[in-house]
Write a protein that binds this ligand. Structure first.
Ligand SMILES: C[S@@+](CC[C@H](N)C(=O)[O-])C[C@H]1O[C@@H](n2cnc3c(N)ncnc32)[C@H](O)[C@@H]1O
Length: 257
């Protein structure tokens, strides 16, 4: 089976952020179910609003890659953006469509592999993708597709996992050191044990290279709940942001190419 087929079958079972411990006894896809999904998401990742700045992009044509349960997609739609969204799974497309419909909102949603986007060159003002690209077999192909479909001067906003992070270290302790296999690399334990098989994580210099065809590029690692959980609070307070699991990204496409 090809990697992206395995990635798809993993996320078809349950869109991201909709695990039982989050949604409890709420009726699936009900307003209460979505409220619980959103409440949990923004309680552990409140910085999404600072990074995405949804409200600044009213009237812009945006494409979200990897919509998941649609919480961020709803923010784009509520902010008045012209929304397009893709995901590898039917589950995510169905869930996101329902999520927006409960608020009387719509988007152009399609199940596709973002390694081949069904859009013309220079189509979108913004492409947004939070925690998605690192799951795909060829992240560099998605990045080239993002650049292709962005209008000249358009902006990519997103997040990709960081390898020099506390999360990567915790996974190495659990699946490497404590299993008597300390030679396993951070990349190897993340590939095999974090979410869908084939998950990758990068350093800032690696990301700078991957986004080398863009004009401006900013990468900001952020310490997250995923990094600090399970450590005594006094220890976790010592973690600098550069050890963060999330690397928030902004990259703009040249205005003349
Ligand atoms: C960790 S979830 C993130 C979802 C959402 N952005 C969020 O933050 O909750 C990863 C999502 O990426 C999607 N995905 C993975 N590889 C993809 C690809 N090649 N093309 C489109 N979507 C993909 C998965 O189906 C899944 O919905």
């Amino acid at each position: 089976m090809k990697l992206n087929e395995k990635v798809r079958s993993y996320w078809e079972k349950e869109p991201c952020g909709t695990a039982e411990e989050i949604i409890g006894d709420a009726k699936p896809l009900s307003r209460e179910w979505f409220n619980r999904v959103e409440k949990y998401r923004y309680s552990i990742e409140p910085f999404i609003f600072d990074v995405a700045q949804f409200k600044r992009h009213k009237g812009k044509k945006i494409l979200e890659i990897g919509v998941g349960a649609g919480s961020d997609h709803l923010q784009w739609a509520k902010a008045g953006a012209k929304c397009y969204g893709v995901d590898l799974t039917d589950a995510a497309i169905r869930t996101t469509r329902k999520h927006l419909a409960l608020h009387g909102l719509k988007s152009n949603l399609k199940r596709v592999d973002a390694e081949k986007l069904p859009f013309k060159d220079n189509t979108f003002d913004i492409v947004y993708s939070w925690g998605v690209i690192h799951h795909s077999e060829k992240p560099e192909v998605i990045i080239a597709e993002i650049r292709r479909v962005l209008k000249r001067g358009g902006l990519f906003i997103g997040m990709i996992y960081g390898r020099r992070s506390v999360v990567a270290f915790k996974y190495w302790l659990k699946h490497g050191l404590f299993k008597g296999r300390p030679w396993r690399s951070f990349a190897d334990v993340l590939w095999n044990h974090f979410e869908s098989v084939g998950t990758k994580a990068y350093t800032v210099p690696e990301l700078e290279k991957m986004f080398g065809d863009f004009k401006e590029f900013e990468a900001q690692p952020i310490i997250t709940w995923h990094d600090v959980s399970k450590w005594p609070v006094w220890i976790s307070r010592l973690f600098p942001n550069k050890w963060g699991w999330f690397i928030a990204l902004k990259a703009s496409k040249q205005s003349n190419k």
